[in-house]
Design a protein around this ligand. Structure first.
Ligand SMILES: [Zn+2]
Length: 582
C-alpha cells in the first residue's frame, strides 16, 4: 500500500513556494498562460506544472483552514484564513479561468484519451464562467455566512445553563421523557424566533441563484447546478426515481421500525422527542477513552477487516496529536475548547498527506466518524502517485462510497476486546444504530433533494407556497410521529439543513453514495470481505480518472438508484434489523 512519500514530480514550481500571498504565485500563472506549447510532451509538462501550482494553492488553503478549525479562539489563525479567502481566492479565480480556457484550447491539438475527463470537466467550467457572476457569488457567500452566524448564535437557557443547540440536542438521548420534551420545545422555539430572518435570507439566495443561471444562458438554476456539479451521468429524472423508490420502499420500512419503537417505549403516540432515545432506558455507549485509544482501536478493527487498511490508517499518527497540521501531522482527534464542531478529512495536495480532524468525545457516533474519515483518507492515500491533481480527486458521489462503506464493513469486527464493543449487548446495540442510521438517511436525502428541485423550478414562489410544499414532502418522507401543537416547528424543519443555504443541490450525492456503500456491504456478506476490499482498493486507486459509472463498476457496484437496487438493499437491511435485539 502506498504509505510512502511520492517522488517529487519534475516541475518548474519551486518545492518551497509560499502560496499564501498572491504576489508569490502570480508570475507562475502568467508564465503558464504565456508559455508556448507545441507538442504533446510540452502539453503534458504544462498540465503537470499547472497541477503543481494548483496543488500549492490548495495546500495553503488546507493548512490555513485546519489551523483555524483547530483553534477558533486564536485570532491570528482566524484572520489568516479570512485574509486568504477574501484577499487571495478572488484573485485566483480569474487567472484560473484564463488557464482553464487555455487548457481547452490546447486540448484540441494535444489531448490524448487519458485527458478526456479533465477536458470534459474543464470545458463545462469554461462554458459556465461569467464575469458578472463573480460578484453575485461573493454576495451569496456573504448570505451563507450570515446564515451560519444566525444559527451559531442560537443558545437556550436550559436546566440552569446557557446551551448551544448541539448541546441541547444531547438531551434527546435522556430517558426522562418530560425532560426530552422540554429540551425539544426549547430548541424549536429558539429556532422559530429567527424564522423570518432565515426566510428572508433564503428568498434572497433563490433570487440571486436564479440570476446566476440566467446570466449563463440557462432557464433555471437546476440545470445550471447539474452542469456546474459535473453531473454528466444522471439527470433530474434519475433523482425523481430515487425519491419515489425511497417513498415506496424505505419509508414503509422505517414506519414499521417506528411502530416497534413505540411499542417498546410503551407510549400511545410517538412524538418528535421519542425518536433517538434508547428504548430500553440504557445510557449512552462509551466505546473508547480519548484520541489515542480511539486510534489504537481503529487500527485493530481495520487489521481484522484487512491489514492493508490498518497499515494505511496507522501511518497517520498516534491519535494523541493536538497541534493541527503543524509539522505535517496527520491527526487531531480529541475534543477541546476552541475547536470547531464536526469532523473532516482534508488532503494536503502538494505534500500529498491527508489530515483527519475530529471532536472525539468517547461516543459511538465518534467511532462512525472515525471509520468514515478513514475511508476518505484511504482514498487520498491510494491516489498519491497520480501526477495530475484533478485525477487525485474522485467525484463526490464516489468519494462518499469510500467513506460510508467503511461504516458498514467494519461492523463485523467491532465485537472484540481490541476493538470497540467487547460486550455482546453493546455490540448488537451499536450495530443496530449503524444500520438504522445508514437506511434512515435515505428518505431525508430524498426530501431535501425534492425540495430543492421544487424551489428552483419555481423561483418566484411565495413563502406560503414553500411551506405548503415542504409539509407535503414531510407527509411523503417524514417520520410518522405526531406533530400535534408543533405546526411551525414542522413547517420550518428545513431551516436546520445548512446545505440548502450554503451548497445548493449538494445532497443527492449522499444518497447515491449510500446506495453504493450498502451494495458493497452486501457484496462483503455474500462474496466475502476479501473480494469486497479488493474491489474497494482497486476502484479508489483510480481517483478521478474514470467516469462515475465506471468507478462504481470498478468497485463491483451498479450505478443505479432506481427501484430494484433500493428494494434489494432495503430487504437485506430489514432482515438484519429484525435479527437484532432492540
Ligand atoms: Zn464524507
Amino acid at each position: 500500500m502506498p504509505t510512502h512519500t511520492p517522488s517529487a514530480p519534475r516541475t518548474c514550481i519551486p518545492a518551497d513556494l509560499d502560496a499564501s500571498r498572491f504576489e508569490n504565485v502570480e508570475a507562475h500563472f502568467a508564465e503558464l498562460l504565456a508559455r508556448s506549447v507545441n507538442s504533446q510532451p510540452e502539453f503534458d509538462q504544462w498540465l503537470l506544472d499547472r497541477s503543481e501550482l494548483d496543488a500549492a494553492c490548495s495546500e495553503t488553503q488546507a493548512n490555513l483552514y485546519i489551523t483555524m478549525t483547530c483553534a477558533t479562539d486564536d485570532e491570528e489563525a482566524q484572520k489568516a484564513y479570512a485574509d486568504y479567502i477574501e484577499g487571495v481566492v478572488p484573485k485566483l479565480k480569474p487567472v484560473s479561468f484564463d488557464l482553464d480556457r487555455r487548457l481547452v484550447e490546447l486540448s484540441t491539438r494535444f489531448a490524448s484519451p487519458r485527458h478526456a475527463i479533465l477536458v470534459r470537466d474543464t470545458k463545462a467550467d469554461v462554458d459556465l464562467y461569467r464575469q458578472e457572476n463573480v460578484a453575485i457569488e461573493t454576495e451569496l457567500a456573504k448570505l451563507s455566512q450570515a446564515y451560519d452566524q444566525l444559527i451559531g448564535a442560537m443558545t437556550v437557557q436550559f436546566e440552569g445553563q446557557e446551551r448551544t443547540l448541539p448541546q441541547l440536542a444531547v438531551f434527546q438521548e435522556r430517558t426522562d421523557r418530560d425532560l426530552r420534551e422540554r429540551a425539544f420545545r426549547a430548541g424549536a422555539e429558539r429556532r422559530l424566533r429567527d424564522k423570518d430572518a432565515i426566510e428572508g435570507l433564503f428568498d434572497h439566495m433563490v433570487t440571486l441563484r436564479h440570476s446566476v443561471a440566467t446570466n449563463a444562458g440557462f432557464q433555471g438554476f437546476g440545470d445550471y447546478a447539474f452542469k456546474a456539479k459535473h453531473r454528466f451521468d444522471y439527470t433530474p429524472r434519475h433523482c425523481f426515481d430515487f425519491h419515489e423508490s425511497c417513498e415506496r420502499l424505505i419509508v414503509p420500512m422505517l414506519r414499521r421500525q417506528e411502530e416497534r419503537r413505540r411499542r417498546a417505549l410503551g407510549v400511545d403516540t410517538l412524538r418528535p422527542w421519542d425518536l433517538v432515545v434508547d428504548v430500553k432506558g440504557r445510557g449512552p455507549l462509551k466505546p473508547f477513552d480519548g484520541g489515542a485509544d480511539l486510534m489504537r482501536r481503529t487500527i485493530a478493527t481495520f487489521r481484522l477487516l484487512d491489514p492493508r487498511l490498518a497499515t494505511m490508517i496507522g501511518s497517520l499518527g498516534t491519535g494523541s496529536e493536538a497541534r493541527g497540521s503543524r509539522d505535517g501531522a496527520g491527526l487531531d482527534l480529541d475534543s477541546r475548547k476552541g475547536k470547531a464542531p464536526g469532523g473532516y478529512q482534508y488532503m494536503r495536495d502538494r505534500s500529498r498527506k491527508p489530515f483527519i480532524f475530529m471532536n472525539a468525545a468517547n461516543t459511538s457516533r465518534d467511532v462512525t466518524t472515525m471509520v468514515h474519515e478513514a475511508g476518505h483518507a484511504f482514498h487520498s492515500m491510494l491516489t498519491v502517485d497520480e501526477p495530475l491533481l484533478a485525477y487525485r480527486h474522485a467525484p463526490m458521489e464516489f468519494c462518499e462510497v469510500a467513506s460510508m462503506s467503511m461504516e458498514l464493513l467494519t461492523l463485523p469486527h467491532m465485537n472484540t476486546r481490541e476493538s470497540f464493543y467487547a460486550d455482546d449487548a453493546d455490540y448488537l446495540r451499536a450495530k443496530r444504530q449503524q444500520i438504522e442510521r445508514s437506511v434512515s438517511l435515505l428518505p431525508w436525502i430524498a426530501m431535501i433533494d425534492a425540495f430543492q428541485h421544487w424551489i428552483y423550478a419555481n423561483p418566484t414562489h411565495r413563502r406560503e407556497d414553500r411551506k405548503i410544499h415542504w409539509l407535503s414532502l414531510d407527509r411523503r418522507f417524514g417520520s410518522s410521529c405526531s406533530w400535534e401543537g408543533l405546526d411551525d416547528a414542522r413547517s420550518y424543519l428545513w431551516h436546520r439543513q445548512p446545505h440548502l443555504f450554503s451548497v445548493p443541490f449538494y445532497y443527492i450525492e449522499y444518497g447515491i453514495a449510500q446506495l453504493g456503500a450498502l451494495q458493497l456491504w452486501l457484496l462483503s456478506l455474500e462474496k466475502g470481505e476479501r473480494t469486497a476490499i479488493d474491489f474497494y482498493l482497486k476502484a479508489l486507486s483510480l481517483g478521478g480518472t474514470r467516469t462515475l459509472p465506471e468507478l462504481f463498476e470498478a468497485c463491483g457496484l451498479r450505478f443505479d438508484f432506481g427501484y430494484d437496487t433500493i428494494q434489494r438493499l432495503a430487504d437485506r437491511a430489514e432482515q438484519e434489523l429484525d435479527r437484532l435485539p432492540e
